[in-house]
Design a protein around this ligand. Structure first.
Ligand code: ATP
Ligand code: MG
Length: 258
């Protein structure tokens, strides 16, 4: 039996979800080579943002998205109507799970378009819930804000890392995410607020500001000029050096949550 642990990275737009999700995947993969016990760790990376950036951060390409399959199923007039949509979708899942050397990738793509696709989306969620059980760790790069929670594309999360930066707006988004997670039927076992992109010397100030707003910060990820440099040049974030300040910090977070 695989562990089936789901780790989601959420937070306000631009707080660093994609960069940190990529580094989490990198550091969990590193565990494989560290000791025998972890050598067959199996990882699924999920890009749940319609504006898919995770493949770039991982330095990989992809072919089809879950959204593409959903559209083609809905448009296909010749599909086997004796099969229910769930079974038809299940048959296609292999087409969209990109198999990389060390992990698999699932790109969600466009959210539902006009018209009511609700039953299909419900089935997609069920299939993803089933799919995650085949992996030890599923890392989800969520879309900005709160939609993924209210649309419930994210379910049964073991650890939700909510990122915030040096803005009050991002603190408020983190507060709203916490509230929504408590209100709707998403089972978030552990929610950790992480301050990201924090310049040296500003750590205490950000923690104090968050605390003033009743938000506890679990860890602080430093502002890392290397992340900016890699992003500017379009280089994969996963290729950052082992001693990059952000990498060292994400390694510590992985040790905490795994
Ligand atoms: N620790 C960090 N230090 C410096 N820059 C960072 C750090 N983390 C992220 N960034 C930069 O912040 C910007 C936003 O990062 P990223 O795209 O990962 O955020 P996001 O939350 O995924 O954004 P979106 O909501 O648009 O998906 C990028 O320019 C990235 O280079
Ligand atoms: Mg992103």
């Amino acid at each position: 039996m695989r562990k089936g642990k789901v780790i989601a990275v959420a937070g306000k737009g631009g707080t660093g979800k994609t960069a940190i999700a990529a580094l989490l995947i990198r550091e969990i993969l590193k565990l494989k080579s560290k000791d025998k016990e972890n050598e067959d760790i199996c990882i699924l990376a999920v890009d749940a943002d319609a504006d898919s950036n995770l493949p770039d951060a991982l330095g990989i390409s992809y072919d089809k998205t879950v959204g593409d399959i959903r559209e083609s199923l809905l448009e296909d007039k010749h599909r086997d109507v004796t099969l229910d949509v769930g079974s038809q979708f299940e048959g296609k899942i292999a087409e969209i799970v990109e198999e990389e050397e060390y992990y698999d990738l699932l790109v969600m793509g466009r959210p539902e378009g006009p018209g009511c696709y609700c039953p299909v989306n419900h089935i997609i969620r069920m299939i993803i819930d089933t799919l995650t059980k085949n992996y030890d760790y599923t890392i989800i790069d969520c879309e900005a804000g709160l939609e993924h929670l209210s649309r419930r594309t994210t379910r049964d999360v073991d650890v939700m890392l909510v990122l915030l930066d040096t803005t009050l707006k991002s603190i408020r988004t983190a507060l709203r995410l916490k509230k929504i997670a408590e209100e709707i039927d998403v089972d978030v076992k552990k929610l950790m607020n992480m301050a990201n992109k924090i310049p040296e010397g500003a750590e205490e100030k950000v923690i104090a500001e968050a605390e003033k707003n009743n938000l506890e910060i679990a860890d602080v990820i430093p502002f890392d000029t290397l992340i900016q440099e890699y992003d500017l040049k379009g280089m994969p974030i996963v290729d950052l050096p082992d001693d990059a300040p952000s990498v060292v910090c994400v390694r510590r977070i992985v040790e905490r949550i795994i």
